[in-house]
Design a protein around this ligand. Structure first.
Ligand SMILES: NC(=O)c1ccc[n+]([C@@H]2O[C@H](COP(=O)([O-])OP(=O)(O)OC[C@H]3O[C@@H](n4cnc5c(N)ncnc54)[C@H](O)[C@@H]3O)[C@@H](O)[C@H]2O)c1
Ligand SMILES: N[C@H](C(=O)O)[C@H](O)COP(=O)(O)O
Length: 317
């Protein structure tokens, strides 16, 4: 047996996770072996698989599976709250396998956050926060990465109304430091260039459209630039993402979820990878969700999941 495999949590079995996992195995399963954690009954009909007891047994041509118990069958496009516990268990067991050293990295298939909360009292906004909890770390960063653009939302899954209060100097500084370190370590960029978006229109227009840009963002940038970091901002977000602007930085830090995710999902929906920075192990996921509207129709594209597998494989080295 050669290199340690990746492990993949199945995500919501009523979403497109099982079908894109099977397609991804056919595409890259030999170059980047992974073991799928899920209920084999949830795989699309006709998918060849074999149950393994040990993730080291991941060779061969068919999808290796470590079974996870689920309470119900999966009906494509219709999440079943009874399966929430199984979805969470697959993520937990994947994290355990990576933390034990048995697996090289964790790739997570999409979950329906609201269904996990309703079905199993899941108290985390998503994988990112749950994996930080499992790893015992206080701060992690969500990065969406592609060849065209890397973005980091400083605040993530909170209501827009809560963003200004959540945007503290401490959170912004920690996010910049984790991102900067990851660009050096995981992306091989010796001197990262970071662009930092303003919160308000026109980055506050010299204080006439909000105070956060001057009183929070600019002060953190000045402090970290004095330490030698290459940071620019706060920049008006509406002119940060066209081609010439993107060429001037290695990652863009944005103040809230959609300020970051709209540009990357517009530019690179099929190539984008969600990578969690700051964990003591590698974790990636596709940049999309459960796609219930197309689940079970065999039209879901595996491209983003394949990109997530490739990135986890390379980072896991
Ligand atoms: N990493 C994750 O676990 C993750 C990421 C995003 C959203 N979600 C969750 O997924 C659920 C649905 O979210 P949503 O509808 O906002 O976003 P979504 O990404 O599931 O779907 C948005 C649109 O993109 C299409 N799409 C998504 N993935 C596709 C693929 N691989 N191939 C072809 N088309 C694809 C869908 O058909 C849909 O029209 C929500 O509960 C959300 O929280 C989870
Ligand atoms: N915010 C991400 C997106 O919209 O693609 C997604 O919800 C990721 O969340 P977790 O990886 O934390 O589940």
């Amino acid at each position: 047996m050669g290199e340690r495999p990746l492990v993949m949590s199945c995500g919501d079995p009523s979403g497109i996770g099982p079908e894109i996992a099977a397609k991804a195995w056919n595409a890259v399963g030999r170059a980047c072996p992974f073991v799928w954690l899920g209920d084999p009954q949830h795989l699309p009909e006709g998918v060849a698989f074999r149950v393994v007891d040990d993730v080291a047994d991941c060779g061969g041509d068919v999808l290796p599976v470590v079974p996870v118990t689920f309470a119900a069958q999966a009906r494509a496009g219709h999440p079943d709250l009874a399966n929430a516990a199984g979805v969470i268990d697959a993520i937990r067991r994947g994290a355990e396998l990576v933390q034990s050293g048995a697996a090289r990295g964790l790739v997570t298939c999409p979950i329906h956050k609201a269904a996990l909360k309703a079905g199993a009292g899941f108290r985390f906004p998503g994988h990112t926060e749950y994996l930080a909890h499992l790893a015992g770390v206080d701060r992690v960063v969500m990065m969406l990465a592609s060849d065209a653009l890397r973005v980091v939302p400083v605040t993530i899954h909170i209501p827009l109304a809560d963003v200004p209060k959540a945007l503290t100097p401490d959170l912004l500084e920690a996010t910049i430091r984790i991102t900067h370190a990851a660009l050096i370590r995981d992306f091989g960029i010796a001197r990262p260039r970071l662009a930092v978006a303003g919160l308000n229109p026109h980055a506050g227009e010299d204080g006439t459209m909000g105070h956060e840009d001057r009183e929070v963002i600019a002060r953190v940038i000045a402090r970290l630039c004095a330490e030698g970091m290459d940071l620019r901002g706060p920049l008006p977000a509406d002119t940060m993402f066209h081609g010439p602007a993107r060429a001037r930085y290695d990652a863009a830090l944005c103040m809230y979820h959609d300020q970051a995710l709209i540009p990357i999902k517009t530019l690179a929906f099929d190539e984008g990878v969600n990578v969690t920075l700051g964990l003591p192990f590698v974790r990636t996921s596709p940049d999309h969700g459960t796609a219930y509207d197309i689940a079970g129709q065999d039209v879901a594209r595996p491209d983003s999941l394949i990109a997530a597998i490739r990135m986890a494989w390379e980072m896991g080295a």
